[in-house]
Structures are given as C-alpha cells and as structure tokens.
Design a protein around this ligand. Structure first.
Ligand code: ZN
Length: 258
C-alpha cells in the first residue's frame, strides 16, 4: 500500500477499499482489475438498489458491461468445472462448456435481468371495451432461484379494461412475460412482478393471472415427482371484488387447459 505518500484521490466508498470509482482511480493499479460484477455491485449499493436474482439491473449497466459480465461468468464457470474435477483439457465435450453456459445465462435464460423492458406501445381504448379479455396460454420458460433448474409452463392473463385503460397488442403480452421470466424466479414472485407491470401499463379495472408450471427441480432431483405441477393465481381489482367475474375467468381457463 502506498497510501502514506501518494497524492492520489481516495475513493469515497466505505465498504470496498479497492472499488475505485469505476476504474477512474488510475493511481491504483488494482482498480482496473476489479471484476466487473464487483464494480456493478458497488454501483447498485451506492444507488440503494436491490439486486435479487429476479431484479432487473439494466438501468445501472453501462455500454459493453453485459459482455464483460459474460466473460467473468465464463471464467468462474471454468472454475466450477475444475471444482467438479472434470478434465476440460482432454474432454472435448466440456472444453467449451464454460463459454456455452456463460452465454446461456447472460444472453439467453437470464437476460431479463440485464436488458431493459421490451418496447410496448399502449393504445387508447377507443372502442371502450369493458368485457373480460383472456390472453393465453402464453408459454413460460424460466428457472428456479433455488436450484437454477428449468420452470416450464403456461400463463393465462385476464384483463377487465375500462374506457380509460391502455390496451396492448396480443403479441406484446408474450414479450412482457418473457422479460419477467428470463430471470431466476420464484413462481409467486414472478406472478407478482408480472401483475405489477401489466397494472402499470394498462391501468385496467381488474387483472387476473394464472400460471401452471413444471418445476424441474422436483422432477430431475429431490422428490422426483414427474406429475407435480404448480398452479397459482393472482387477482387484482375487480377480480377480487366480483366473484362472478372471477368464476367466469377460471371456468374459461379450465376449458382451455384440459
Ligand atoms: Zn428449485
């Protein structure tokens, strides 16, 4: 350490002494070697932002950092393979596994953490639709936060618009579902995130979501129950107050999901 004689500026972060200000502390040679994940984590902490597995952190990422994250995950994944005592030098099957898994996590199955929300145009309810609309089934592909095992299922969305609600195109529901689900998830939390997102975009009188999914952490490992599906629902607004509406939604679904 050369803190005593150097005129260099001191980073103001109190927790991580080597964090620097995103590499601006050029007098500290370790600053440029700060792993990108630590750099971003410090930024999130300073901003007071939560970064759980199913949180989106795109607004605090800078240009090129998603690729840097992918490179760091690849290096760490290579360490995991080494820890599993797999000879990736002579085993041609696993030689590129670290790279493949890193790409799969960052650019595919967990990309909903790193990318901003898909652009969705809302349009005014000119025909003043106020009847129950059901969208679905929309295919859900996610992974559980506990084991990173796939969750594959379907979701149905019921919307009761009012004359002031914004409407979104049918295909856009699937894109919003995908954005929420391409993160390590817990089914109930995924549903709550989706409900919040749709509520904000559309401001309907009522919103209902049902999700039915296979959790591979229960089929591939653990209890190894191939038939267990998890179904849960979330109701907002009119669907909470109006039992007739709720029954109508659920009965239309039971006809469809059979
Ligand atoms: Zn699990």
């Amino acid at each position: 350490m050369n803190d005593g004689n150097g005129p260099g500026p001191r980073a103001e972060t109190n927790s991580a002494p080597q964090a620097g200000e995103d590499g601006a502390d050029v007098l500290d040679p370790s600053a440029s070697a700060t792993p990108v994940a630590d750099r971003i984590r410090n930024r999130l902490l300073r901003a007071g932002r939560r970064f759980h597995a199913n949180d989106n952190i795109s607004s605090l990422l800078e240009e090129g950092e998603v690729d840097e994250i992918q490179a760091e995950v690849e290096a760490r994944m290579q360490d995991v393979l080494r820890a599993l005592v797999i000879d990736t030098d002579s085993d041609h099957n696993t030689r590129d596994t670290a790279r493949r898994v890193a790409k799969m996590f960052v650019k595919e199955v967990f990309r909903g953490r790193y990318l901003p929300a898909p652009p969705v145009t809302e349009f005014p309810n000119v025909s003043r639709l106020n009847e129950l609309m059901i969208v679905g089934p929309v295919t859900v592909r996610s992974a559980c936060s506990h084991h990173f095992c796939p969750i594959i299922g379907q979701v149905w969305i019921g919307v009761l618009p009012n004359e002031h609600s914004a409407l979104i195109g049918l295909s856009k529901y699937a894109r919003l579902v995908e954005w929420i689900m391409t993160r390590p998830q817990i089914q109930e939390e995924a549903m709550a995130q989706l409900a919040k997102l749709l509520q904000e975009k559309m401001q309907p009188d009522g919103l209902a979501i049902v999700m039915k999914a296979d959790h591979y952490c229960m089929q591939w490992r653990g209890v190894k129950d191939m038939d267990s599906k998890m179904t849960n629902s979330i109701m907002r607004g009119a669907f909470l107050k109006n039992t007739h509406l709720r029954r109508e939604f659920l009965s239309l679904l039971s006809g469809e999901s059979r």
